[in-house]
Design a protein around this ligand. Structure first.
Ligand code: ADP
Ligand code: MG
Length: 354
């Protein structure tokens, strides 16, 4: 399951660039009213009818952001769309269009690119966004994929990072740390596989973790839920690098401090059991793991009753004045520990030291 053994290999050059583009985009449908013109001309044409337009882009590079030995191409296509949609939802906006640009080395046959686009298409259908353009070119080595997402929102709903206020509540969606642990599990299995290709991995205990790593879902539903609850967050960000560093972004840009309570951090049972197995601290994983693509936002205390009891939302702390700093209040001991923007690498180093 770890190796992609595509039987048929069609040389992309046999289609030509236009042949390839029309082949890849033929099954994509336009569903958004705001799309006037999609793929096929010099530009796409959009009409957001009085709403503000939001634009975000991400570039993913093979060997830097993904590794094809355990990331199937279909999942990569899906994830490349998710990371961009997540940025649109993090502004409290609706995503409506994407463009996709790819650079391919001659190592990739047509079937591989079809796999990539099947993931992109699944994401478009599930999240109701139109593919309206892109670019296709060659690379000397490896695969690059760049997705741009376009979204729309009423001006008064758009939620920035720099507008959190002292005494606001800090809220996170879903649960934390699973995507990072999924990565750890896949890395371990890859090493086992390299030593003994006949070893069949038993991944039952890690299904949620692996799914969170390979098939992340952007929180489109939260934009809807907040709207239904009649809550406009005072600030919002998506969690791509880890709770800690995203919280620090909100605090620094908003010029406030915060207290996060360790015992409030939402953790899936698989995160807890796998942290024990890997001898990792689950709080560190939740704070620094990254790639969860959950949303982190602040709300006025007066909105607490509206979100109270919602299973998707957990209040993990509150904002303080800037001088009080950004702190984790530890379980039991009730100690205040400064938050650090410890990234992915710091966590790995710590792991290998212990
Ligand atoms: P141009 O020469 O104007 O850059 P292209 O030949 O690159 O045009 O693209 C033709 C059309 O196909 C355009 O609408 C473009 O947005 C679209 N397109 C090109 N590459 C891709 C791709 N990889 N995915 C989706 N649409 C694409
Ligand atoms: Mg072009």
């Amino acid at each position: 399951m770890l190796e992609d053994k595509t039987p048929q290999k069609t040389d992309i050059a046999s289609l030509g660039e236009f042949g390839l583009i029309s082949h890849l985009t033929q099954y994509f449908n336009i569903t958004q009213n705001s799309t006037i013109k999609g793929v096929g001309d010099d530009c796409a044409v959009l009409d957001a009818k009085g709403l503000k337009t939001l634009v975000t882009t991400d570039l993913l590079v093979e060997g830097v952001h993904f590794n094809l030995s355990y990331m199937p191409l279909k999942h990569l296509g899906y994830k490349a769309v998710m990371v961009n949609l997540s940025d649109v939802y993090a502004m409290n906006a609706d995503a409506s269009q994407i463009t996709v640009s790819i650079a391919l080395s001659n190592r990739f046959p047509l079937e591989a690119v079809e796999e990539l686009y099947s993931g992109i298409q699944l994401a478009c259908e599930k999240y109701n966004v139109d593919l309206v353009g892109g670019d296709t070119t060659s690379s000397t080595k490896g695969l690059l994929i760049s997705v741009t997402a376009i979204g729309h929102a009423k001006e008064e709903k758009i939620t920035y990072r720099n507008t959190a206020k002292e005494n606001d509540l800090l809220v996170v969606t879903g649960d934390l740390g699973a995507a990072y642990l999924g990565f750890q599990v896949l890395e371990r299995e890859k090493q086992v596989f390299e030593v003994d290709p006949n070893n069949q991995p038993d991944l039952d205990a890690y299904t949620y973790l692996i799914e969170r790593q390979l098939k992340p879902e952007a929180r489109k539903d939260i934009v809807r839920i907040l709207s239904d609850l009649d809550v406009i967050p005072t600030s919002m960000i998506d969690i791509s690098d880890g709770l800690s560093s995203e919280t620090i972004h909100i605090c620094q840009q908003s010029k406030v401090g915060c207290n996060i309570y360790e015992d409030k951090l939402p953790l899936d049972p698989q995160v807890i059991s796998t942290c024990e197995e890997f001898d990792l601290n689950s709080t560190t994983v939740a704070l620094s793991g990254g790639e969860d693509y959950e949303l982190l936002f602040t709300i006025a205390q007066s909105d607490f009753d509206k979100i109270k009891g919602n299973p998707h939302l957990t209040v993990i702390g509150h904002m303080t004045d800037e001088a009080s700093g950004m702190n984790l209040i530890t379980r039991g001991a009730n100690q205040s520990v400064p938050l650090t923007a410890q990234g992915w690498n710091a966590l790995l180093e710590k792991n290998s030291e212990s």
